[in-house]
Design a protein around this ligand. Structure first.
Ligand code: TYD
Ligand code: MG
Length: 468
């Protein structure tokens, strides 16, 4: 019998078994056994970690370490450089996750093309498409340098030997779920495979100073291991998001050992690949209907960058059964809470009304600063009174009907003024000490009621008045 190369280890208690067991006999947990390669004790098969200048790592006093930042490789895409924290750090491991079909392969092909143009060599390993298919797409995207090598393969041993021969500057693995360690019996795409493949890639990146981009599909059902389990193993995690029905794609930093997280790059999917969008606010507002009810504008921070987006709401009587609350791009519970505050403190009768709230352009917002704009859009639809097209709303709405201050107000106001808006309605608590941009009237309010009064141009707007 061939010597066994793998074993199963309980991820809960560490119990090891030669074969797979559904339940760990030691701790009694179900489905915790994962397959792992057996590392023989006698062989020291771990290579020493080599620093980027080619020297073997050794312990050093912190005062003796030079703090110079390694120079970064600039890709031709500013939006990508930004999410990476200012360019590619050589020898880093970058995971690009996203739904199937969102454009990960397209992005990697374009980046590869640009990296070869500036003198780098790229090995593009694809387990999903044939060389032919990649060639067709590369032609469409105008990628065709001699330093760009395509390799349709899934066997990690083969891939490793090609890397040793070619010594590329950059390696793309598309996708990690299609690669396999031939020693493991676990099926391709399983947790065990994906983890071992990534561990191997990490070793390759750190010992050879090769920058590796790993593409990983995010899947909703747990059957195939998603990139979630790899996040802690890699240096940088980027998520490529967007609604396949919209042309905009957002590249988001989820983790970055070399820069800030929550950075964001915006792209547009065209016939000939992805195009960078350097002024996203204009795009997210371009299709706005002037004078329409149920619409309001807010400035949402996406990383370090404010983006102006439109919030739309539609309030209509419930026809059947319970009132529906349908949201797109914003948390449903958050909207439900704002609706409750409107009902309690602004006298909107919403319990027998369906409410639809969406952020246009496929943008997702998850910060409380958008509360006020959501409340305004809902009230605007309810009263059938439009907000002014030159107003922006910035504030968190508290359960007591108060408008609370938000973070980074100056950045948001600056962007608002830059795009030609005339008024910003914000929490009055945000006013002290805030430098206001020129040409923008900034109005501080204490309550949601006040904001509605100003934003919807209602003369009188108190609970008592409404009850009369
Ligand atoms: P792809 O990069 O294959 O997605 P992923 O690797 O994340 O699965 O992108 C596929 C989609 O992108 C597909 O629906 C077609 C579209 N597309 C364009 O619209 N324009 C283009 O130039 C390319 C190459 C793809
Ligand atoms: Mg792909």
């Amino acid at each position: 019998m061939a010597k066994q190369k793998t074993q199963f280890v309980c991820s809960n208690c560490g119990y090891t078994s030669a074969g797979y067991l559904g339940r760990c006999p030691n701790c009694g947990q179900w489905n915790t056994l994962v397959e792992e390669k057996i590392v023989p004790d006698t062989v020291v098969n771990r290579k020493a970690r080599i620093s980027l200048d080619g020297r073997v790592a050794k312990p050093q006093r912190i005062s003796e370490i030079s703090g110079n930042e390694t120079p970064r490789v600039q890709t031709g895409m500013q939006e990508l450089n930004r999410v990476l924290g200012g360019g590619i750090v050589p020898g880093s491991l970058v995971l690009i996750g996203g739904d199937p079909g969102i454009g990960k392969s397209t992005l990697m092909l374009q980046v590869s093309g640009q990296l070869t143009e500036t003198g780098g060599s790229v090995l593009y390993v694809s387990g999903e498409e044939s060389a032919n298919q990649i060639k067709l797409r590369a032609d469409r995207l105008g990628v065709g340098s001699d330093d760009f090598v395509v390799y349709p393969e899934t066997d990690m041993q083969q891939i490793e030997s090609v890397i040793q021969q070619m010594e590329p500057d950059f390696l793309v693995i598309d996708s990690v779920q299609t690669m396999q360690e031939p020693d493991l019996q676990s099926p391709i795409g399983s947790v065990a495979q994906v983890r071992e493949v990534t561990a191997d890639l990490m070793q390759i990146a750190k010992t050879n100073g090769i920058t590796i981009f790993i593409v990983g599909h995010v899947t909703k059902d747990g059957a195939i291991a998603g990139p979630k389990i790899l996040e802690h193993m890699v240096d940088t995690v980027l998520y490529f998001e967007g609604d396949a029905n919209y042309k905009y794609r957002i590249l988001r930093t989820v983790k970055n050992r070399f820069g800030s997280t929550n950075e964001l790059g915006i792209f547009e999917m065209r016939d000939r690949g992805l195009r960078e969008v350097s002024n996203p606010s204009e795009i997210f507002l371009e299709e706005r209907l002037a004078g329409a009810t149920g619409s309001s504008i807010t400035a949402s921070m996406e990383g370090t960058r404010p983006i102006l987006v439109e919030v739309q709401a539609l309030v209509a009587p419930t026809v059947f059964g319970n009132a529906q609350r349908v949201t797109t791009g914003v948390d449903r519970n958050r909207v439900a809470q704002i609706l409750a505050v409107l009902e309690k403190h602004a006298n909107l009768l919403l319990q027998n009304q369906d409410a639809h709230v969406r952020i246009t352009g496929g943008v997702k917002i998850d910060e409380p600063a958008a509360d006020l704009a959501i409340a305004l859009a809902v009230a605007s639809s309810y009263h059938e009174k439009a907000t002014s097209p030159s107003d922006v709303f910035l504030g968190e709405v508290g359960l007591g009907g108060e408008v609370r201050s938000i973070s980074l107000i100056e950045d948001r106001l600056k962007e608002t003024a830059k795009l030609g808006f005339k008024r910003a309605i914000i929490s009055k608590n945000n006013l002290p000490g805030t430098i206001l941009p020129e040409g923008l009237q900034v109005i501080g309010v204490a309550t949601l009621e006040e904001a509605l009064k100003i934003g919807l141009g209602l003369q009188r707007y108190t609970r008592q008045d409404n009850l009369n």
